[in-house]
Structures are given as structure tokens and as C-alpha cells.
Ligand binder design. Structure first.
Ligand code: ADP
Ligand code: NI
Length: 210
């Protein structure tokens, strides 16, 4: 699909300088998982799934200051590639509503294509890769690894969520919750084993800390 290659090129350029765990390798993993999930779900539209998987972090407000500029960039590219306005709306709707932070206080009901990309993005946040990304992200923003006196937060809105505590707290505040939030059966199964791996890691971490 030539259109998908053109989208990939745009995304690669946009995320080239990322040092927070949202670089092009994250995108490629999300695309790969999305493609596999889409293969298992005949009602999905692979063109929309792949486009949204590539583009999902290009309009993220934690990565880009001017989100409207980013949205326009995406819409212009999709129009230039002759995507119909119906497809463009579907892709934009997915990438505007799929993030964890957006869904803290509202729950957005995504269509099947969005559910697939959301699951794939969330799978890349857990397991061994998830552990590496969490510490890389925490280091980038100057967070502490762990502080047993830092209380865990519950019922956060997006503003509260964006204030960091410690990386170990992030496992409880987000990462351990993801398996239960998966939309598709295949992702839920993969997520369960990735969660176990993270739980073992955090248990061992706490043992060594003492
Ligand atoms: P979304 O893009 O779905 O809103 P987030 O912004 O919560 O998701 O996070 C994307 C990834 O960045 C996480 O999966 C994690 O790897 C990392 N991350 C986000 N917030 C933190 C944090 N406070 N501490 C460590 N890692 C974080
Ligand atoms: Ni992502």
C-alpha cells in the first residue's frame, strides 16, 4: 500500500527526535500488533487500522506543543493521498480519542478499528518493553525510580495524571490496569502474560530495595 508507506515516512520524520519511548520503533511495534489483531477480526478495515496505528502519536499533546498544527498536518497528508473524507474522519476520530489520559474521566467508545489500535498501543506499554519504556520516560522527565512513601493516586483526571510521581507508582497507577481495559480477546490474552512478567519484576524490585 503506497499510501501507508507515505504515511510511515511522515511519521518517521515527526518522531525522529523522540527520546520518551514514543519513537518510530514504538510505532512499528504498534503497527505490527495492530495488523495481527486486524487479521483476526474480519469486520475491521485494515487501511484505517494501519493509518491510525502509524499516526496515533503524531497529534499527542505530551509530545507536541501545537496539537492543532499536528492535526492539520495529518489531515493535509491524508487528503493529498486521496483518502475520502469519511476515512479521514474515522482515522482522526480514532487518534483523537484513543489515549489513556483522554479516557480517564470520559470513556470514548471507539469503533472496531480504533479498539484494535488502542489495544496494540496498550500492549506496547506493558511487558518487558513496557518496563523499559516506563523507566526511559521517567528518566527523561527527571522522575524518581521509587519512593515507598509516595502514595498511589486514584481517580485522576488528565491534569493530575500528567503530574508524575515515581516510575514504580506508574505501574500501579496505569500499567497494571491495562490488561482489564483491553477491547479484543486476543489482546487480553497477550496482556495477561505481559502483566505477570511486570508483577514479577516489581516484586523482585521491592525485595532488592529492602
Ligand atoms: P497515552 O498516550 O495513551 O495517553 P500515556 O501518555 O499515559 O498514554 O503514556 C504512554 C507511555 O509513556 C506509557 O505507556 C509509559 O510507557 C510512558 N509513561 C507515561 N506516563 C508515565 C509516567 N508517569 N512514568 C513512567 N512512564 C510513563
Ligand atoms: Ni503510542
Amino acid at each position: 500500500m503506497n499510501e501507508i508507506n507515505a504515511i510511515a515516512d511522515l511519521v518517521k520524520k515527526q518522531l525522529a527526535d523522540d527520546k520518551t519511548g514514543h519513537d518510530f520503533s514504538h510505532i512499528k511495534r504498534v503497527v505490527k500488533i495492530s495488523e495481527k489483531l486486524s487479521d483476526m477480526i474480519p469486520s475491521s478495515n485494515q487501511m484505517i487500522v494501519l493509518a491510525a496505528a502509524y499516526l496515533h502519536d503524531v497529534i499527542d499533546d505530551k509530545l507536541f506543543k501545537d496539537v492543532n498544527k499536528q492535526k492539520n498536518l495529518v489531515i493535509d497528508k491524508l487528503s493529498e493521498l486521496d483518502f475520502s473524507s469519511e476515512y479521514i474522519n474515522q482515522i482522526m476520530n480514532i487518534i483523537e480519542h484513543m489515549s489513556y489520559s483522554k479516557n480517564l474521566t470520559n470513556h470514548y467508545q471507539l469503533d472496531v478499528n480504533g479498539q484494535i489500535v488502542q489495544d496494540a498501543d496498550r500492549l506496547d506499554a506493558i511487558g518487558a518493553i513496557g518496563i523499559a519504556r516506563a523507566f526511559y520516560f521517567g528518566g527523561h522527565f527527571g522522575d524518581n525510580i521509587y519512593d515507598p512513601n509516595q502514595l498511589l493516586r486514584t481517580n485522576m483526571d488528565k491534569k493530575e495524571y500528567r503530574k508524575h510521581t515515581t516510575v514504580i507508582n506508574h505501574f500501579y497507577e496505569k500499567l497494571f490496569k491495562l490488561p482489564n481495559l483491553m477491547n479484543t480477546k486476543a489482546a487480553r490474552k497477550l496482556a495477561a502474560s505481559r502483566k505477570k512478567y511486570m508483577e514479577n519484576f516489581v516484586n523482585e524490585f521491592k525485595n532488592e530495595w529492602q
